[in-house]
Design a protein around this ligand. Structure first.
Ligand code: HAM
Length: 420
């Protein structure tokens, strides 16, 4: 044997069974909750024209530093999507759905060239949703509450909801001027990175986790104090709505988020059971200018994305939403090594009974081990005696129930009644 043993690329991971069943269950839980609120699934390509992302996030690390972008064989600049919102907005502008709000959800891998660590990967999976075409504060409340319902349905309890408002095209520029002037006076106190970059994107400084920036911005102007009348009203309506639904939240005036497109409401859910470096299990906000920036008509929008890997880490930390158990109902043990096991398995499956079987006429002991591992409740034994008598032995794998031999012609009905 020669040659290299390949591994999944750095920062990526395989999801093997049975863990993958947990991923499926997670997506099913999400789909059920948001589907029942009128959201339909949107599936967009994994890659887009790189300009789609440049247009919406030129000043952000996600787009500037972390994007997997490259030229394809036709000389087009494309990028693996680093996040879902830009693709959804691109699809909205392309297809111009007439019924608004256009409410869609997605389950999709995202690609960011980050430094991998626990809870931070180069490919991660997001469950998210977007609603385009309404600026109603009740829609903000709907979106945030659906995300909260998702976490609650998983059994997560140690989850903190943080909200903020970043204002709009009217008040945000004035606030950025005030923040810029404040930072300008303290430039020498900022961390190395932000000493250079504060002017370009002053909001990022508020999000910086380095102590120099935290210290220097302790008394920085806060967006919530600079909101114009309509933004203030909107933010108050969102808070009243959350309270009315019994959702506990805290206003975090430093919550600016890693993408540039946000206006008005922003929010993040943090799992307090996780380390602060990767405790953001999901976040989102309004982006009332994004559709226009991608060439569409003025259209408000709001949504969130939630990281599957982090949500599952939080579930592990809280001991909830375990990997689902049984995979099949019955397991066919083939001691005879003939056609009977093949035909019996096919008949079971055709009757809608989840069935697996052993191959290669392995020893009875080894097949029974496989039967146990399969999670099945019943083992159907086909040995020489059974073949001779046109019968099957049904052995119970859980509990102390005696085994029984039933005629082959009755086995489907008997299995069905034992399983029900
Ligand atoms: P984001 O905060 O960049 O927002 O990502 C959403 C979530 O994805 C994060 O809260 C986190 O759970 C997860 N996540 C992000 N990066 C990684 C990573 N490298 N490894 C593991 N998990 C990660 C967005 O992407 C926006 N598109 C959300 C949104 C939707 N805003 C409005 N609509």
């Amino acid at each position: 044997m020669s040659g290299e043993i390949f591994k999944a690329p750095t920062g990526t991971h395989d999801v093997l069974p049975p863990e993958s069943a947990r991923w499926q269950a997670l997506e099913a839980t999400f789909a059920a909750i948001v589907g029942a609120a009128g959201y339909g699934q949107l599936r967009t390509p994994l890659f887009e024209d790189a300009s789609v992302f440049h247009r919406v996030g030129e000043a952000t690390d996600v787009v500037r530093k972390e994007m997997y972008d490259f030229e394809d064989k036709g000389g087009r600049r494309v990028a693996l999507r680093p996040e879902g919102t830009a693709s959804v907005v691109r699809a909205f502008v392309q297809h111009r759905p007439t019924a608004v709000p256009w409410k869609v959800w997605y389950s999709a891998p995202m690609f960011r060239y980050e430094r991998p660590q626990a809870g931070r990967y180069r490919q991660h999976q997001q469950l998210g949703l977007e609603a385009l075409g309404s600026d109603d504060a009740d829609l903000d409340v709907e979106v945030i509450s659906l995300q909260a319902s998702f976490y609650a349905a998983l059994g997560l309890r140690r989850v903190l909801l943080l909200i903020n408002s970043l204002g709009d095209g009217n008040c945000k520029p004035q606030y950025l001027d005030a923040l810029g002037a404040y930072l300008d006076e303290r430039r020498s106190d900022l961390c190395d990175e932000h000493r250079q970059r504060a002017a370009e994107n002053p909001l990022r400084v508020l999000d910086c986790k380095r102590s120099a920036c935290i210290e220097a911005t302790r008394n920085a102007p806060r967006m919530v104090d600079h909101l114009c009348g309509p933004c203030k009203d909107h933010f108050e309506r969102v808070q009243a709505g959350l309270r009315a639904l019994g959702l506990t939240f805290a206003i975090e005036t430093r919550l600016v988020r890693g993408l540039d497109y946000y206006t008005r409401t922003t929010f993040e859910f943090q799992a307090t059971a996780l380390d602060s470096a990767q405790n953001a299990i999901g976040g989102g906000g309004r982006y009332n200018g994004l559709v226009e920036s991608l060439g569409g008509p003025p259209t408000p929008g709001i949504g969130f994305g939630s990281g599957v890997e982090r949500v599952l880490l939080a579930c592990d930390a809280e001991g909830v939403f375990a990997t689902p158990a049984a995979r099949v109902d019955v397991f066919v043990v083939d001691v005879a090594g003939g056609a009977e096991a093949r035909d019996l398995t096919a008949a079971l499956r055709a009757a809608g009974i989840a069935a697996d079987r052993a191959f290669d006429a392995r020893s009875m002991k080894s097949q029974m081990k496989s039967a146990d591992r399969s999670g099945a409740r019943l083992a159907l034994l086909v040995g020489e005696d059974e073949v001779a008598a046109s019968s099957v032995t049904i052995r119970h794998l859980r509990g102390e129930v005696p085994q029984e031999q039933v005629p082959r012609a009755d086995v489907i009905d008997r299995v069905r009644s034992l399983l029900s």
